[in-house]
Design a protein around this ligand. Structure first.
Ligand code: FES
Ligand SMILES: [Fe+2]
Length: 409
């Protein structure tokens, strides 16, 4: 979508965007229309998201050749498949005959994908294999050369599968380098993934409000009284610690202390008697903190003493967001095998969900409130305070992403 093809509404919003270079440490808030305008959401979906790295799941979800995920990134339906050589690849799910979507649910397909409309088949690399009633061998040969499912870039990061529709996008791994120190010692614990159950009820707010709520260290003291006091952003012995963010970074990271080592999620929220036992490969320092990581636009991670909790975010409308995590549905954890194989794991997982749900129920009204405020003519241009450093960083990320999505003018 070249700039000249953008609607007047979008161009008007984009022209209102502040220049990130002029606001390195205090990116002003976005115009409220960025959170409410269906047209702006279409711009994000068609122009911005296809140029970002999007997490679509984990390697363990597709263990055997032919196992596949079927995510939609932006407006593009994709297939992310385990290939015969054991590697994972991503490609378009749009049939190269007449464009039927080959699969829209994850599954297992054996050695080939078969389009449901006229039964054309494609191998696990996307190569055309065959079609019923083709006129000649020449037709088949021609299709073998020309009808491959378009390939999409994919990178694996600690078992997470990320795709990017932009062939020229910078590689993912360097953009997440600042998260690497937080992985230290976790993978030595023989982690098992418990993928989240995908959310199927849209949350009625913009995906950026969802992300901001996750990354905001200013609100827990007020919104999460009783459930988050054990992991305070403000504390006499030091509270939240932010991390610097450069233009090349694709992660927004903060850590907060726990009032006691080895705390974690309890049935009442964060507390000392964690339902998931502490991971014994972690350092004493890691067993005393929580680390919150936002990888926009699609993912969050929480590194805790007993588990890593993760969430996938799928924006589907200006005011509609699908999210799947332990706060909303179930799972979304990386845990030591020793925890996962405990006889009482099911009960412990239920306890974690019970506590996380209490936190989530406190977040729902404020997310609704922020979304409603964005529609008001009296919505302020906004003013961030120091405890909102992560929001300033997210804002700067958004401004860069919006500008990068546009051709140089
Ligand atoms: S559209 Fe797929 S086989 Fe015809
Ligand atoms: Fe919250």
């Amino acid at each position: 979508m070249p700039h000249s093809e953008l609607s007047p509404t979008i161009r008007q919003i984009l022209e209102m965007l502040p220049d990130p270079a002029a606001h390195a440490t205090s990116a002003p808030m976005l115009p409220r229309e960025c959170y409410t305008s269906p047209e702006f959401f279409e711009f994000e979906r068609r122009v911005v998201f296809p140029k970002t790295w999007t997490c679509v799941g984990r390697e363990e979800q597709i263990p055997k050749p032919g196992d596949f995920l079927a995510p939609t990134v932006g407006v593009e339906p994709l297939l992310v498949v385990r290939r015969p050589d054991g590697s994972v690849g991503a490609m378009s799910a749009v049939c190269q005959h007449r464009g039927q979507i080959i699969a829209s649910q994850a599954g297992s397909t054996g050695r080939a994908f078969r389009c449901p409309l006229h039964y054309w088949t494609f191998d696990l690399d996307g190569n055309f294999m065959g079609a019923p009633y083709l006129a000649s061998r020449d037709d088949v040969e021609c299709l073998r050369r020309n009808a491959r499912l378009p390939q999409v870039r994919l990178e694996t990061w600690h078992g997470f599968l990320f795709v990017n529709l932009d062939e020229d996008a910078p590689p993912l791994a360097p953009s997440l380098a600042k998260v690497e120190p937080f992985w230290k010692n976790y993978e030595a614990a023989d982690l098992v993934a418990v993928p989240p159950t995908p959310g199927d009820t849209p949350l009625p707010w913009n995906w950026k409000i969802h992300a901001e709520n996750f990354t905001d260290s200013y609100h827990p003291e007020f919104v999460h009284r009783g459930t988050h006091d054990f992991a305070p952003s403000v504390h006499d012995d030091g509270g939240v610690v932010f991390t610097p963010m450069t233009q090349a970074d694709n992660a927004i990271v903060r850590t907060v202390p726990l009032l006691q080592a080895d705390g974690g999620m309890t049935s009442a929220g964060w507390g000392p008697e964690a339902a998931f036992p502490p991971i014994d490969t972690l350092s004493p320092e890691q067993r005393k903190r929580l680390t919150f990581v936002l990888i926009p636009p699609s993912m969050t991670l929480i590194f805790a003493p007993g588990a890593i909790a993760y969430q996938l975010i799928t924006p589907i409308g200006a005011e509609a967001t699908l999210a799947s995590n332990d706060r909303v549905t179930a799972g979304g954890w990386l845990l030591p095998r020793s925890t996962y194989e405990r006889n009482d794991f099911t009960e412990r997982a239920a306890t974690v969900r019970e506590g996380a749900k209490k936190i989530w129920l406190q977040d729902i009204p404020v997310n609704l409130g922020v979304q409603a405020g964005k529609k008001s003519r009296f919505m302020p241009t906004g003013h961030y305070v120091p405890l909102e450093t992560t929001l300033i960083q997210f804002n700067a990320w958004l401004l860069r992403a919006y500008r990068a999505a546009l051709p140089a003018s």
